[in-house]
Design a protein around this ligand. Structure first.
Ligand SMILES: Nc1nc2c([nH]c(=O)n2[C@@H]2O[C@H](COP(=O)(O)OP(=O)(O)OP(=O)(O)O)[C@@H](O)[C@H]2O)c(=O)[nH]1
Length: 155
């Protein structure tokens, strides 16, 4: 099966790194509470798409697996130690600033108290989400969750 074509964000803007740039690997956590609510965080000031809402996570460092990177990112960014990591979906997004491969993982167990170490905001969300705007690469995840839950919702 051929890989799905990347989602293209801000198509009118030039692509940094040219057309054949390598995908940057990103580990992303979908933290889900027993009542089905899930955690969204806002991108910190100073980063691309600052203020946009996303699932917490970040880029893999050299030699890291997705799981190792996710554990590190969630410890660093939101102050929790996560339990089992369940790989869920992979998505490519072609942004002006980078081509990214988003490795979404579900997480149902964690310890520690949420603490936003980078000045983010957070929200435990249900569908349809109230937080806005949502990062382009995050929108499909909300559609997948809607489909899984049988909730008719389009952004
Ligand atoms: N964490 C996260 N990143 C996402 C999501 N959707 C999405 O397109 N991305 C993209 O994936 C990339 C993640 O990079 P990042 O800047 O958050 O990673 P990082 O924390 O390692 O940043 P830094 O080390 O550059 O400061 C960004 O290009 C971001 O736009 C999402 O739901 N969560």
């Amino acid at each position: 099966m051929s890989p799905r074509a990347p989602l293209v964000a801000d198509a009118h803007r030039p692509r940094e790194g040219g057309a054949d740039r390598q995908a940057v690997q990103v580990a992303v956590g979908v933290l889900i509470r027993p009542d089905g609510s899930f955690l969204l965080t806002s991108r910190p000031p100073g980063k691309v798409y600052a203020g946009y809402w996303e699932f917490p996570g970040g880029k893999l460092e050299p030699g890291e697996t997705v799981e190792v990177a996710l554990r590190r990112e969630l410890r660093e960014e939101i102050g929790v130690e996560i339990g089992p990591v369940h790989p869920w979906r992979v998505e490519h997004v072609d942004y002006p600033h980078a081509l990214v491969q988003l490795n979404f993982c579900k997480v149902h167990e964690w310890s520690g108290t949420l603490h936003m170490h980078e000045g983010q905001q957070y929200a435990w969300e249900q569908l349809p989400v109230r937080s806005a705007p949502v990062l382009p690469g995050t929108v499909p995840v909300l559609e997948w969750l809607s489909a899984e839950r049988g909730v008719g919702w389009k952004p």
